[in-house]
Design a protein around this ligand. Structure first.
Ligand code: PLP
Length: 459
């Protein structure tokens, strides 16, 4: 089979150095080390251009190749579809996109309308634009446009989605960001912003939403965006009543609830969507990454009917439609990949596997809990964070340098894991794990064993 490139390893490295600008990378490091070039993936393993193999504990580096590498049914579905009809603009429907929309609304039964685009950032931008236009159509006399977000949540790289992101490392240097995006504290019991402890905390983190709506003025607030479980900001799982309170506040002030399922969606936490662990029904659910397990770029903004209906209400206003487009959104090939991916998850009972293997993962991680450097272990399903501290009592985070050495040590054992982004209040001290749904117990043992060894060795 053709391998898709014709260059030797040395040529690839040389051309990478010459022309590539890698994501999230300080290129100065390439003066002393070679850039990593990944050439192959099979199951839970990737191979680099020098033939080194790694066990991928983060599903493609950014928690997205959820069903693992080498799933031929997805590749074949795309190939077959591209031969029949690769593309036509989504102002017209196409069979895979229609079937995908139908499927998504069975996975989120409260929703009925699906707007397809290409990336998580874009899905969130659509949600913001829908929210703003919705209220402008509904209450032309008001200016209900502000978006509330949480510190530590990430919602994307485009300027709007970044303005809704609570991670300083992602935002700094790119300002001025968009006005009208307002942050509230994270739901983060281990480092409660309010200095309280659950359950005697009155759920201040959820009630902060009401405070900010009142402060900004309910007539000016359109939506609240939230990750069901914060991913890159620290694998933060809210308490079970968090979303009851949030939902009630949103209803009270007519603020739309946008659930960002870009990471948690499609089984990562053991249910189709992360919010399905809670008693909550979002107005809009955004998704990407695991939607086609990243075999093709695709994302969606899945909406409730009432939201969509607002765009039909005024036949005299010829601009009262959602005036938005995304050239590749809902392309037939990408939609076919998403459909094949969902089918695979269903046919191979992968949600059950996530629950079972997730249970095993947390059992094994529990063995690290007494190590002096382990502050807290948290997560759900195959989605875990290990927060590292210099001192368990003061909870002083370990240093940047320590984190770098831990990840380097784990990688030197042939295992790849991730870490959190620097967020408010500036910590970057959680090791993250998001294994593929096909992971075995032996592979989990290897991942946990490598982390344990690194924590025992690194100083
Ligand atoms: N939302 C969340 C929760 C994410 O983690 C990400 C990316 O990591 C995004 C949105 C943005 O997705 P994309 O990188 O596909 O634009």
């Amino acid at each position: 089979m053709a391998r898709g490139y014709e260059l030797s390893a040395d040529e690839l490295v040389q051309k990478d150095r010459k022309n590539m600008w890698h994501h999230l990378t300080q290129h100065k490091v390439f003066e002393s080390v070679e850039p990593t070039i990944i050439v192959e993936g099979k199951g839970c393993y990737i191979k680099d251009v020098r033939g080194r193999e790694f066990l991928d504990g983060l599903s493609g580096g950014v928690w997205c190749v959820n069903v693992g590498y080498g799933q031929e049914s997805i590749a074949e579905a795309v190939y077959e579809q591209l031969k029949i009809m690769p593309y036509y603009a989504l102002s017209a429907g196409n069979p895979p996109a229609i079937q995908l929309a139908d499927k998504l609304t069975t996975l989120i039964p409260d929703a009925s309308k699906v707007f397809i685009s290409n990336s998580g950032s874009e899905a969130n931008e659509k949600a913001f634009k829908m929210s703003r236009q919705y209220f402008r159509l509904k209450y032309p006399e008001k200016d209900k446009y502000k978006i509330i977000y949480r510190h530590r949540d990430y919602h994307g790289t485009t300027i709007g989605a970044l303005s809704a992101t609570g991670q300083e490392e992602r935002r700094m240097g790119f300002g001025p960001l968009v006005p009208g995006f307002v942050g509230i504290p994270a739901a983060y019991c281990y480092r409660c912003h309010f200095g309280k402890s659950y359950p005697g905390c009155n759920m201040e983190c959820a009630r902060a939403l009401e405070d900010v709506i009142q402060k900004e003025g309910a007539d000016s607030v359109a939506a609240f965006i939230v990750e069901p479980i914060t991913a890159g900001g620290g694998i933060l799982v809210p308490q079970k009543e968090y979303f009851d309170i949030v939902q009630e506040i949103c209803k009270k002030y007519e603020v739309l609830l946008i659930m960002d399922e870009v990471v948690c969606g499609f089984g990562r936490t053991g249910k189709w969507f992360g919010h399905q662990h809670f008693n909550v029904s979002p107005d809009m659910t955004t998704m990407a990454k695991g939607m086609a397990s990243s075999y093709m770029p695709i994302s969606a903004t899945v909406c409730k009917q009432h939201l969509y209906d607002q765009f039909l209400n005024d036949p005299k206003d010829t601009f009262a439609y959602f005036r938005d487009i995304s050239t590749y959104g809902g392309s037939a090939g990408a939609s076919a990949a998403a459909l094949a991916n969902i089918k695979l998850i269903e046919e191979q009972n992968m949600l059950e596997k996530v629950v079972t293997m997730g249970g095993y993962l947390f059992d094994r991680l529990g063995e690290l809990a007494d190590m002096p450097v382990v502050g807290e272990i948290r997560g759900k399903g195959l989605f875990a964070g290990i927060e590292l501290v210099e001192d368990k009592n003061t909870k002083t985070p370990v240093s940047e340098a320590y984190m770098g050495k831990v990840l380097g040590n784990v990688a030197s054992q042939g295992v790849l894991v991730g870490r959190t982004n620097r967020s408010i209040p500036g910590f970057n001290n959680t090791v993250t794990l998001a294994p593929m749904y096909i992971v075995t117990k032996d592979e989990i043992d290897r991942m946990v064993g490598a982390i344990k060894k690194a924590l025992e060795t690194v100083e």
